[in-house]
Design a protein around this ligand. Sequence first.
Ligand code: NAP
Length: 548
Amino acid sequence: MSVEPDVAVKAAPRTPASDYDAIVVGAGLAGLHQLHRLLGMGLRVAAFEASDGVGGVWRHNRYPGARVDSHFPHYQYWFSRELWDEVDWLERFPSQPEIEKYLNYVCDRLDLRRHIQFGTRVESASFDAASGLWSVTTSLGKTVTARFVVLNSGGLSAPRAAPFPGAETFSGVSCHTSDWPREGIDLAGKRVGVIGTAATGIQVIQTIAPIVEHLTVFQRTPNFAVPMKNPAISQAERDEARRNFERLRGVVHQAFGGFAYEATPPMFDETTEVERVQRLEALWEGGTLEIWGGAFADTFANPVASSYVTRFVGEKIRQRINDPKLADRLIPTDHDFGSRRVPLETRYFEAFNRDNVELVDLREDPIRSIDASGVNTATHHIDLDVIIYATGFEAGVGAINRIDITGRDGRRLRDEWEKALRTTVGMQVHGFPNLFMTMAPFAPASALCNLPVCADHQVDWIAAAIGFVVDKGVTSLEPSEEVENAWMAHHVEVSEPTMLGSNKNSWYRHKRKDGSVGELIAYAGGIPQYRATCDAMISSGFEGFLIR
Ligand code: NAP
């Protein structure tokens, strides 16, 4: 039995002599779909995956408490009705093991595994203009050629190295959350330190606080977070989601962030005080991310609306923390609610009411070094058995930049991006013909999206672009400088004036090698505007692109 994509590009392969028509890098959520999509077009495709299994970040981020913040039925592929019918999701917010199992199921269901070369990291990719082919070299020392390369290597997959002197001398167990060992880490009765208090750190802290002997939380920037309501999913809810599949898909494809929130939120000024409170209370009780973008239509753009929601959320959090001084440290005062990624949480703030949990505010008492027995801050030493680094990722570019990519005229992508980070709709870069990417900067998929929706859209666009090259009998497709300039100008125009643009302290902003703050990678124009641009590129026959 086959699972057919709903939108098929049936292209006859006419690739010149090469090992493959296309190489897909990564076998995570986007990579699996990309592989399926390109195979469905009749192309010869190989996928290279560095690890020994599928799942990408959902394979590696197996830290305690890992689960997704997208509520059922959103976090699954939207391209296949059959997959929707076959998979019975268990929890409203699926956990890491459930998602990893799902991705393995999809891999086998679509018969993809035999096309994936595991344990094979792509180290370099180089374009040869004469042949129009990419040469891709892997960690196994093998070089293969292909006409198209698609980087589905993940936007939040390359961990950021924590810059603490002496970290390598620690004699206990230490681990980044994205590299959690499959056999787990025994935390019971241990003195544990967690560095980082964003989406990942919050999940770890709330989960391990009742298990460990003592937990030291190292917080640099406090984060707003919203309580998650996570009941088991009933059969009736599954049936209803399946009945509504087509309608829901239509909604998520045109919703700002890929969620089927039913009501269009009102403008802040159009609501009375009573209505505002009722609205925020209802969203708070709902237990999803809807309060983030869905409180008011203009929360992102109207500082008054944004401050109002910020005060509401801050007060809600304050009510849950016993010690007012601790509350002052845990509730952000330096940024508005929603100007950084909002995590969902489960009794996170209550964890700090426990006797065995201690907060170290790194803004007052920074980490100076790590030694064999623990962490040295500016004022004291903390003995630890385990250090958990929840310190985040080189967002958007990290996994791509780890590959040495050379495009037309000897341009190296990482050098170009160090000078100025640029993409065309987050999927191509001028100077790099037939190179495609997902989850890269300047698209909804880089930050502000329920990822399976945006990943499905990007996979489709890339398939259409590759189908165009093959069907037209041309050699390559690449955005011209003008097309890229136009996209970047549009991105800056719609994204910078929002509250996301005003917050310079967030992974939504690129961090350059020298530590300086760079471009806002989160595209804040929303999915409808983004899709319209991408669709127009296809329907115009990629007008303005360099077609050779
Ligand atoms: P993150 O948002 O980048 O947060 C990293 C944390 O580590 C921050 O608290 C940061 O402090 C801290 N940190 C980094 N370097 C540090 C240093 N040198 N010293 C002290 N503290 C340091 O990373 P993340 O929490 O892993 O989340 C990344 C993204 O992954 C999320 O926003 C989300 O998109 C995704 N994610 C999703 C889920 C989910 O769906 N539930 C769960 C986990 C992750 P500063 O804020 O001061 O930099």
